[in-house]
Design a protein around this ligand. Structure first.
Ligand code: ZN
Length: 325
């Protein structure tokens, strides 16, 4: 008790604080999500995500060479197709935009970990994550297309495929499809607990993937639920997920912690576009110290239990960590 115990003793200098620091963000934790479009020399700013761009493959290569050079070992790719249709055909076309990007990245940087998002919403004319039947996404019909998409991405050289559509049985369908085609070593990182969140708003502008009707609440999770998230993660692990994800990160830190305490698989957390945009906006208005806010938020996500953090801040955090080292 006070006065024998004085908590402030261990806070007196930066060096003593460093010695007793419990959580450290590392460049090894970071995955950089990127948007790729058709064309050449395209580096198109995304207005709701200042500092982020849609890249053509040639520009993407430059961007990733830079982030890889800073120590960011993984990238996550999202594609904006040339044409969208009812069945999202470009998602599983071997010359789809993400497939082209994967080949180019792996040719230039064979050791880079390339993660490809597996979903149909960026590719469908209606913007939903699967095949529409009677006004809703048909789960089982969608699984076949998701399996095809994963195989096509693996064939292009993706190290990791990341199903994000929240279809029941999607991890099992992908594992079987990959194994059937000989891609036994392709990793599955599942968006296991993906909530129907408003924080995806800026992403939808970036990927042009807002649903044309309705919303995604019939397949993504209801934000108030925690125990359901545990069951989703457990099912994905049983189906063969190698890494499981909680998305978004900030409003769901308790879910990250609960997953970390229960499961032995690596836990990924997605610091989503809206979380990025909030900090950028407040920074621009002079209401927040942006750099400190970024470090505090990402450290908080790691402290909650995330082993991997997907963040649009990856490049600047890597740069900052490099300066601190
Ligand atoms: Zn989707």
């Amino acid at each position: 008790m006070f006065p024998e115990i004085r908590m402030r003793r261990l806070r007196g200098s930066e060096n003593i604080r460093a010695l007793v620091r419990e959580t450290r963000l590392s460049v090894d934790d970071l995955i950089y999500p990127l948007f790729v479009v058709h064309g050449r020399r395209v580096r198109e700013p995304i207005s709701s995500m200042p500092g982020q761009f849609r890249f053509s493959v040639d520009e993407l290569l430059k961007e990733v060479k830079e982030s890889y050079g800073l120590g960011v070992k993984g990238v996550m790719l999202f594609g904006v197709p040339k044409v969208k249709d009812e069945l999202g055909s470009e998602a599983y076309s071997d010359d789809g935009i993400v497939q082209q990007a994967i080949k180019a990245l792996k040719d230039a940087m064979p050791d880079l970990v390339v993660i490809a998002d597996v979903c149909l919403c960026e590719y469908t004319s209606h913007g939903h994550c699967g095949v529409i039947r009677n006004g809703d996404v048909d789960n089982d019909e969608t699984l076949e297309l998701i399996g095809k998409t994963a195989v096509s991405l693996a064939r292009s050289g993706a190290d990791v495929v990341a199903p994000s559509g929240m279809m029941d049985g999607q991890v099992k369908a992908i594992r079987e499809a990959l194994d059937d085609e000989g891609f036994k070593e392709t990793v599955i990182m599942s968006y296991s607990a993906k909530y129907a969140s408003c924080f995806y708003g800026p992403f939808r502008e970036a990927a042009e993937s807002a649903p044309a009707f309705g919303d995604r609440r019939s397949y993504q999770m209801d934000p108030p639920n925690l125990r359901e998230a545990i069951l989703e993660i457990q099912l994905d692990i049983q189906e063969g997920a190698d890494i499981v994800m909680v998305k978004p990160a900030l409003p769901y830190l308790d879910v990250i912690r609960a997953a970390k305490d229960r499961f032995l698989r690596p836990i990924a957390a997605y610091n989503v576009s809206g979380e990025y945009a909030m900090i950028r906006a407040a920074g621009r208005l002079g209401w927040l110290d942006e750099e400190r806010a970024i470090m505090e938020v990402l450290t908080g996500i790691k402290r909650a239990g995330a082993d991997l953090i997907l963040t649009y801040f990856a490049k600047e955090v890597a740069r900052k960590l490099g300066r601190m080292a």
